[in-house]
Design a protein around this ligand. Sequence first.
Ligand SMILES: C[S@@+](CC[C@H](N)C(=O)[O-])C[C@H]1O[C@@H](n2cnc3c(N)ncnc32)[C@H](O)[C@@H]1O
Length: 244
Amino acid sequence: MNQRLDRHGRVPVRRGVVWFVRRSARMNPRQTRAWDAYSDHWVLDVPRAETDTSIDPTYAVDLNQTFGRKAPLIVEIGPGMGNSLIPMAKAHSHANVLAFEVFQPAVAQILARLARESVDNVRVVQADAVEGLTTVVPPASVDQLWMFFPDPWHKSRHHKRRLLSSEFADLAASVLKPGGVWRLATDWADYATAMRAVLEAHDGFVSEYPGGWAPRWEERPITRFEHRGIEAGRRIFDLSYRRR
Ligand SMILES: C[S@@+](CC[C@H](N)C(=O)[O-])C[C@H]1O[C@@H](n2cnc3c(N)ncnc32)[C@H](O)[C@@H]1O
């Protein structure tokens, strides 16, 4: 059987899987005001395919034009309300930071803070990161990929919904530059172990901390999600893998 490939010759990550927890995406009045005022500037508006978090697979964009400059590229997957995205983007002002977040109210919160703090090196795509990495981000273009506290899907019957699989690692490997770094964190030990197993087995990645976990990345502010894990007595796991 012939395997369908995407336009860059990659095997697509499984389609039709919902990787994220679906919640009511209704924005409150403040969020609506922030969206109306700031989305033109900070949101990269993408054409949709089937759903409101999808991206038309034929879409192409010049990210240097989107950011108005050529600069190293950092991509964050699932920034939530941006509590680590925004301080870290400010600390990496030399880089263009592109974030994929499915939940529109969270994007609106990000926009309000970007505007309040006049941060201009961030753009947000309100879409599934799988489709974003496939369509919006060019191959071998990313210097750093960040994925902090992804939805853990802790019931074992839901593990197949976890974002990090070997196919997703293939996709991440395809967008990272050689030498680019993928930083991850989670407070769920079994997800951390599964992430590490996938990345150790992947010939596109080498651990920056062979044989162990990465130390906590000092630069990463503690978000609500990390705090919740600590309060519940869970250990926080950091991982850091370099693209060969
Ligand atoms: C548990 S929260 C963590 C938020 C943030 N990284 C932090 O540490 O505070 C996970 C976030 O990822 C988003 N998300 C989950 N799957 C996603 C996907 N496939 N593409 C884009 N965003 C996703 C969710 O909507 C949610 O905001």
